[in-house]
Write a new protein. Sequence first.
Lengths: 210, 213
Amino acid sequence: MAHSINSGYSAWLKRDLLLAYRRRGEAASSLIFFVMVSTLIPLGLTPESAQLAEIAAGMIWVMALLATLLSVDGLFASDYQDGSLEQLLITPQLLPMPVLGKITAHWLTTGLPLTLASPLLGLMLSLPTAGYLPMLCSLALGTACLSLTGAVGAALTVSLRKGGLLLSLLVIPLYMPVIIFGTATVTYAIDGRLTGCHRWPYSGRYLPPL
Amino acid sequence: MSQSPLLKVDNLAFERDDSCLLEKVNLSLNSGEILQIEGANGSGKTTLLRLLTTALQPSAGSILYSGVGVSKCRYQYLSDMLYIGHQPAVKLTLSAEENLRWMINSAVKTNQLTIAEALDGVGLSGYTDIPCYALSAGQHRRVALARLLISEATLWYLDEPFTAIDKQGVSFLEQRLQEHLNRGGAVVLTSHQDLSLNNLRKYSLSSELGQVA
């Protein structure tokens, strides 16, 4: 049975990655949203790098959160419509494994690209140098957390015709701790208050929502 | 009774939003038998099949697989079962071959037939590499039905398997069902078609249930 547990995870992971690859445009939309909206911030607020530096961490985190929220809506939707979700329910496997496979695929196609693009946005928003590494680490962990929490919301609203708004209402309160700790990690690092081992307790705080 | 039947359903009921969709469903099925569920549109045929597959939980009653409740032997039951639902679970951006490979991935009991042979068997030999959005509804159904060629599961649940299938496909499917029954398999299907199969039994769902008196 151990074999089938593993195969359930990897089969759904591979399948969702392949599906995302076939619909590259759709998969890239949240990344494009993330970059496009972040370029508007210096235009709309101020091009002063000193002022931008203060809000950079928070802005990047808010954009990442919104970009994830945009994509998490479709996590189960197409599977629900074409009957694949029904087949998932009745596979002789532990149900969490295929679902975790899907969530991993979602993170690899949205959270990870967002994380990798964040230094570029850091540059645009004049993020201080000390903030880059904590930014990458906290976004990598944080977006995984957003995918996991978002999946709960997506699963609850999958059968609703227009579940998007309800999904946001359900999930945004749960995202709050993630964004608080995420931005705190980055701003503390910039202020020089976060060094070495202090980083880990902060990453540990992402775990409760899991 | 010397031996418990392969599948036995006792007093099954299903309610949704305080209205009773199914009530007092009793049926039993032995290996080698095929049960055709009949009923008007909206009488609960698909709901009954989904209850049997455990995709839905009944509000009352029990489903016994070889005399054991399905919740107690979930793994054995699900690995011995194949369900093709109303929607064929075909991903439009994947090719027929990729779809079938994924569909049979979770199946435990399969034979040696390769994916290409199975697709050939359902008449899709020239279409294996084409994304499914370029195929017709009937061809989508054929991709799903190709699972029947590979599966070695005993219990087949088929929801309207003849939808969008041409005449030739219907007779092929009937032949495949007969083979399955001859090997000791059992089938529960919903269909409005008249089938010419041995050991065919019918179960009618009354359409009065769920209606306001």
